[in-house]
Design a protein around this ligand. Structure first.
Ligand SMILES: [Zn+2]
Length: 657
């Protein structure tokens, strides 16, 4: 087939399947077939880039990160709605409408707790998308919006101009997955799906946005050229025919049926795959809307009904403790099941000991539970009048419920953590961290392989990596002989990673890459470090008392000793490969900016540190020297302003000697 024709056909076919999958939720081919066609299109487009179409599915994730979000003036303002908080206020709205209009009809839609966006289509092509901003001026987030599969890149039989408004949201499932990933990476989880969606839209790398699985529901035609609608419902049906994912709405009719729909949405609100914070009641007739117009703040023809968070009393039967992947102990209240906002609730999160103490919560207590947008409900208060006799205050256990290690409270927070180096609850994270690039640098050992090594029982702790057999690894899903052999070779190589990397890889609290290097230089071997006293540790540049105590505690834990002896038996080097610390740069702080020809930035950093210097990421008055390489940016300007000495690469090399 003619490649141009084949590209055209494949593009249309893939877009059709994508529409069926994402918008209609009714796929007709398997993911595997889709992927195969997608890859074929990618290959064709690479061979014939001129034939690639603007709505090609390969165009959804742009190659390059973007530098910022330009302001966009909205052609039609994105107004906000008047909130009403009770059925009486809603009735008053309906009565106002009935006074000014004859037999007004209403539509009702759930109000998604997301981010409002305007999407602009010119001659059927999605050309620009912008955030709401202040309603008049928003930010250009076109590249990020393109990653949302339910946004059509082109629309059939298009009008010359079409501007639609929709709400971008993170589906609850995607939100839970994202937070799980945050936990695994030791990052702070997002408070709710809205924050997660907002944080994602502000990402400058569309690839990252794409991986977060945002979605959108369209709920309004902001502007259209060449077509006139008479009702809101008609315009939404039009958008459906143009393949948009449109908000589930009901043309409710009169005020009684509108109220019934508002109540129904409220009762079932937890069952949507998106978080909602209300229901929107709008006039259906567009000429009526025009007649009524807007106040300075909001349109007169619509209101947003806000559901009060639902609260109910129930009894706490037990408090159970889960150990997260970073070792954090999280208490959960086991409740007598209670119906809240359409779902049955059997657990409430208690976050940490401070929350339990603040509530004075005890097993057996009757509590008030609330669910308001978040995934897991919360306990608001304890009804002490109903407290049975004989209850006792609850304290989190002093030993990890999974592995029995002592727990320790974070020095800077409310969290309590298991200190076991071999705690099964933490192994997935430990393995991923141990293998990561800046730790033992075991190529190919990422999250999914770590997961299958652990779940298949081939390893239980990182020490088991060193006795893995290639044949067994090759049998794992998505592995083969070649990748298994590569993995084993990479594991073998990691034995000589050296003490600095090993210390970082072991995940001792507060011992990062820099501390690992400093300790390796000072002590030369793990054995020597183990014998060091508190005084000897704190005497090391950059090691404070907290870190020193973490190190001592870590070595004193039997699980750590067990892990170390197994690593030693496996032949992992405990000796430092680092140059012993020099003192030429002692007391000096460097800032690196721009690229260097002769070495990578990591290498430059290592060389500075080997001579006793420090590397900082930002320029301040304390900076001794700025090393400015190729295309140095704002740090250079800052250095000039502060009068900090700047040297080029040649001078830097000379200084290193
Ligand atoms: Zn544990």
């Amino acid at each position: 087939m003619d490649p141009r024709e084949e590209i055209r056909k494949l593009t249309a076919e893939l877009n059709e399947h994508s529409y069926r999958y994402y918008v209609q939720d009714a796929p007709t081919i398997s993911d595997f077939e889709y992927d195969a066609k997608y890859r074929h299109l990618e290959e064709l487009e690479a061979a014939y880039p001129d034939f690639a179409l603007p709505d090609s599915p390969t165009k959804r994730v742009g190659g390059e990160a973007i530098s910022g979000f330009d302001p966009v003036e909205h052609q039609v303002p994105l107004e906000s709605l008047t909130d009403v908080f009770s059925e009486e206020e809603l009735l008053a709205f309906h009565e106002r409408m009935e006074q000014s209009l004859e037999k007004p009809l209403f539509t009702v839609e759930p109000k998604i707790d997301g981010l409002s966006m305007a999407l602009i289509y010119e001659n059927g092509v999605f050309v620009k998308g912008a955030t709401r901003g202040d309603g008049k001026v928003g930010e250009d987030v076109t590249e990020n919006l393109k990653t949302i599969r339910t946004i059509p890149l082109t629309i059939p039989d298009p009008p010359e101009l079409l501007i639609v408004r929709g709400e971008v949201y993170m589906p609850k499932k995607a939100f839970e997955d994202l937070n799980e990933r945050c936990e695994l990476n030791g990052e702070k989880p997002f408070a709710n799906p809205r924050n997660a969606a907002a944080g994602t839209m502000r990402q400058k790398d569309p690839k990252k946005v794409s991986s977060r699985h945002l979605d959108i529901l369209i709920f309004n035609v902001q502007a259209v050229r060449g077509i006139t609608f008479t009702t809101h419902a008609e315009s939404l049906e039009y958008l459906k025919s143009k393949r948009f994912k449109v908000i589930p709405y009901l043309l409710a009719g009169d005020r009684e049926s509108a109220l019934a729909e508002v109540r129904r949405i409220g009762e079932e609100r937890e069952n949507y795959d998106f978080a909602i914070d209300g229901a929107v009641v709008k006039l259906n007739d567009l000429s009526d809307r025009e007649r009524l117009g807007s106040t300075a703040k909001a349109p007169r023809w619509a209101v947003a009904y806000k559901y009060p968070p639902e609260k109910k009393e129930t009894v706490v039967r037990d408090i159970v403790v889960q150990v997260g992947r970073t070792g954090v102990l999280t208490p959960k209240a086991v409740l007598d099941p209670v119906r809240l906002a359409g779902t049955t609730v059997g657990f409430a999160t208690l976050h940490n000991q401070d929350v339990i103490d603040g509530l004075d919560l005890r097993v057996g207590d009757t509590v008030l539970v609330q669910k308001a947008g978040e995934i897991i409900p919360e306990i608001l208060s304890v009804n002490k009048d109903k407290r049975p006799a004989g209850t006792v205050p609850y304290k989190l256990p002093e030993r990890c419920p999974v592995c029995g290690s002592p727990v320790a409270r974070d020095e800077d927070g409310a969290f309590i953590r298991c200190t076991g180096a071999e705690c099964p609850a933490q192994q997935l994270r430990n393995v991923i961290h141990f293998a990561s690039k800046n730790a033992m640098d075991i190529d190919g050992l990422g999250e999914s392989l770590a997961q299958s090594l652990l779940s298949s029982g081939l390893i239980a702790t990182v020490a088991d990596l060193y006795s893995l057999e290639a044949e067994k690894v090759a049998e794992l899903e998505r592995m083969g002989k070649k990748s298994a052999a590569n993995l084993i070779a990479s594991i073998e190589k990691s034995k000589s990673a050296g003490m600095a990397r090993l210390l970082f890889a072991l995940g001792i609290r507060q011992v990062g890459e820099a501390a690992g290097r400093v300790l390796a230089r000072r002590f030369g071997s793990v054995e020597a470090l183990e014998k060091a006293s508190l005084e000897e540790l704190t005497a090391v540049n950059d090691v404070g008392e907290t870190t020193a105590r973490y190190i001592l505690d870590w070595f004193s834990n039997p699980q750590s000793q067990h892990l170390l002896s197994r690593l030693r038996e496996a032949g992992v080097s405990f000796a430092s490969n680092e140059e012993p610390v020099g003192d030429r740069f002692s007391g000096m702080t460097f800032v690196l900016t721009g690229g260097l020809d002769s070495m990578s930035r990591d290498e430059a950093k290592a060389r500075i540190e080997a001579l006793g210097g420090k590397v900082s990421s930002s320029v301040s008055k304390k900076t001794s020297l700025v090393v400015a390489g190729e295309s140095a940016g704002s740090k250079l300007t800052k250095a000039q302003e502060l009068g900090v000495r700047i040297i080029d690469e040649a001078a830097f090399l000379e200084l290193l000697g």
